[in-house]
Each structure stands twice: as C-alpha cells, then as structure tokens.
Design a protein around this ligand. Sequence first.
Ligand SMILES: Cc1cc2nc3c(=O)[nH]c(=O)nc-3n(C[C@H](O)[C@H](O)[C@H](O)COP(=O)(O)OP(=O)(O)OC[C@H]3O[C@@H](n4cnc5c(N)ncnc54)[C@H](O)[C@@H]3O)c2cc1C
Length: 415
Amino acid sequence: MTDSTGCCIVGGGPAGAVLALLLARRGVPVALLEARDDFDRAFRGDTVHPSTLEMLDDIGLADPLLARDHARMRRMTLQSGGTTAVLADFTRLRSRFPYIAMIPQAEFLDFIVGEARKHACFELRLGARVTDLIVEGGAVRGVRCRDGEGVERELRATLTVAADGRASRVRQLAGFVPRRNAATMDVMWLVLPRGDGERAADMTGFRIARGRLVVVLARPREWQLGYTVLKGSSRAVREAGLDALRAELAALLPELADRMDAIRGWQDVHFLSVESSRIPTWHREGLLAIGDAAHVMSPIGGVGINYAIQDAVAGANLLAGPLLAGHLTRGHLAAVQRRRRLPTWFIQTVQALVQRQLVARALRDEPFRLPWPARIAPAVPWLRDLPAWLVGWGIRPERVRQAPHRRLAGAADGG
Ligand SMILES: Cc1cc2nc3c(=O)[nH]c(=O)nc-3n(C[C@H](O)[C@H](O)[C@H](O)COP(=O)(O)OP(=O)(O)OC[C@H]3O[C@@H](n4cnc5c(N)ncnc54)[C@H](O)[C@@H]3O)c2cc1C
C-alpha cells in the first residue's frame, strides 16, 4: 500500500511533534509516524525551558500548556560540604517565563499533537515503525513502515525527517554515522513522593558528598532523583544491593530519608547510559535529521528536549516556504544544519567541561573547586546570570516566523 505526503516525520518525540505542529499550521501536508501506540514514556525528561515557552507563546500556546499541572524550577543549586551555591538563577532571565516548567513529557506531547490535529493537513500514525527508506537515484523519496497490524506500507514524501531519537533507525539507513564524545558518567533515575508543603526551591539541584552525586528535580507531586555514577560502575551499585542504594540516597538527602521504602525494587530504578554525539552532516537529498537523531546530549542542564525542539523550529522556519512552493532543495536542508550547528556544538562543549571538571571529580571524590568564573560570579552580574541564560536560552534561541500571536516588545507580564 502506498500513499504520499509533503513531509514525513519519523518519530513522535519532542522534535518530531513540534515540527509537525509548526509545518501543519503553515499548511504543509505532514504525516507523523510514531512506532509506539502512545506517547507515554517514563524518565525521558520533563524539562520545558524558557526558550521553548517563549516559542510556544509566539503561537499562543504557552498559557494553555501552563494551565496543565506542572512544577516550576526557578533555581538550580549545588550543595556540598555544608555550603550551598546557586548555579543558575532563572528568575533573573528577562522573560515572561523565568523558570523551567516541569511537565511530564507524555503530557507535553499529547498537548502538541492535540494542537496539530486541529489542522486538516496533519496526520498522525501511531504504531507505525519505519523499517526502510525509499531511495531513487540517490534521493530519499519516503519510507517503508510496518503498521500496528503488521501490514507493510509505503509513504512517499517530498521530505523525510529523521526525528527517531538517539538510536535512530533512519539515521542508520541514511548512512549517517555519529561521532561520539567521551562520556564520563551514567545516571540512575527514580522518584520519591513529594509532600504538599515541600518547597522545590530548597531542594532542586546537585548534592555532592563523599564521592556521591545526586541530582534533584521537582515534579508536581514527586521528587525525581538522578543518582549519578562513573561510566560503567552502575553494575557495582546493583551488586551492592537496593538497601545500600537507599542508604546512600538517605545520606545525601536526609530530608527524604523517611521515604526510601518507596523504592520497591530495581524496576523502580531506570538506567540512562549517558552519551554525547553528533553526526557531521544532518542531511542528504530528500532527508533531514533533527533532535537526538542528529545530536545526543548529555543530561547536564536538561537541555536535550529543548535543543530537539529548537531544531524543529529552525526546520519549520526554513523549510515550510520551499515545501509549500514545491522547490525544496538540498541547500534548504543544509541551511537548517548551518543554523543549529553552533548552538549544538557550544552546549555540548560546555557539558563536556562540566562533566570533566565537576561531575567526574566529584564522583572520584577528588577535591574540586568550581571553575574560576563560577567562583567570582556572585560579584559580577553578567557572569552570575550566564549559566541561567545558557541553560534557559542557549545561543541563538529560535522564534517562530509568521507568528500572529507574538507579543509586542515591552508587553511582557510577570510569569
Ligand atoms: C532516561 C532519559 C532521561 C532524560 N532526561 C532528560 C531531561 O531531564 N531533560 C531533557 O531535556 N532531556 C532529557 N533526556 C533527553 C531527551 O529525552 C531527548 O533529548 C529528547 O527526547 C530528544 O527528542 P527527540 O524528539 O529528538 O527524540 P525522542 O524523544 O527520543 O523521540 C524519538 C521517537 O521516535 C520513535 N521511534 C524510534 N524509532 C522509530 C521508528 N523506526 N519508526 C517510528 N518511530 C520511531 C520513538 O518511539 C520516540 O517516540 C533524557 C533522555 C533519557 C533517555
């Protein structure tokens, strides 16, 4: 069975869903193919940054999204040896949204796809796993996929987008090989219950003690913990047993020691093999890779979702016109990579520095000092604001072109 569309997006994660919405609202016929039957996904990151909220505000969607249940992360701290340093203070960002909104990713995707469905040119195919590319004369002309009933289908498209994540099948089929940067850590994610009166401001950030490091994030009704270990040493944690893990976490987070029995078994501990990589070229004739398919981010700063979304915005801005006019060229696809290459490279470089200088040293229980810019930052306003700017905005944040809802400068409110 064969049919056709303007843009076939493989993968209904943040990158694919946002690209589908932005193209559909410009009138581009778009099909979003997602291998799974739903958008439910545990521990895939719930961090929606100011850059994403501002972009959604461009199209009138920030307030409806924020009407859903969420928590707000306003500061990120580092507690070590009895001292607390503010690593990033988002309240100082000049934005309507001076915080990171913690919204379950399933909820976020459900919202974005719900908005896309309002456009007649959008089509969602759940349970559609892409297995092959249609290639003619060296150019990609669509995909072959297996639907939920196991039926093989072909979908021809002017443009195919690989937004199928860190283990991208489409990237592999297209012949793109990622270059990996050294990763020094792995993370074990879990949640503990959060009481009504427990304030996020007092807890959110890094805790470091005796060669142990945990990241604490506030969800609306839970604390999300990222127990961080040196790469390859999660096996030793498992062998030491669950009681030892509970004891380590209780020592790092005495405030939460009373609820460690909420970790009932290893099924409650989700392992993330940290990776950092990117492919040298994101495009070939008829095909573009975005999001994790183009660059896998370390979890430092929780920027993976937002960089995936920024690629989608750049893609929609640069490709909607040529797709509508029917003259999409490889040059248009190259322009998307050119636009996103510097921000991606820059944040990956900063993440590698933080991994080496802070995380790896802390985990080896080596004496570490914050780098000198962080030490003098409290006294230098622009340095103090830099981490929040870098994490919250990044270099060259993308805004939606042709956004009738964009607020006039100066019309911002409190947030
Ligand atoms: C455990 C974990 C925790 C994380 N925590 C954070 C965090 O706190 N903050 C943050 O910003 N980032 C976090 N990340 C990273 C973040 O999840 C990714 O950077 C982000 O989801 C990338 O979005 P994406 O749309 O490019 O890919 P993905 O979100 O990976 O979406 C890809 C989609 O493609 C689908 N797919 C795959 N293969 C096929 C196929 N052959 N056919 C059709 N569909 C297919 C998948 O089912 C998936 O839905 C985390 C990642 C992991 C693994």
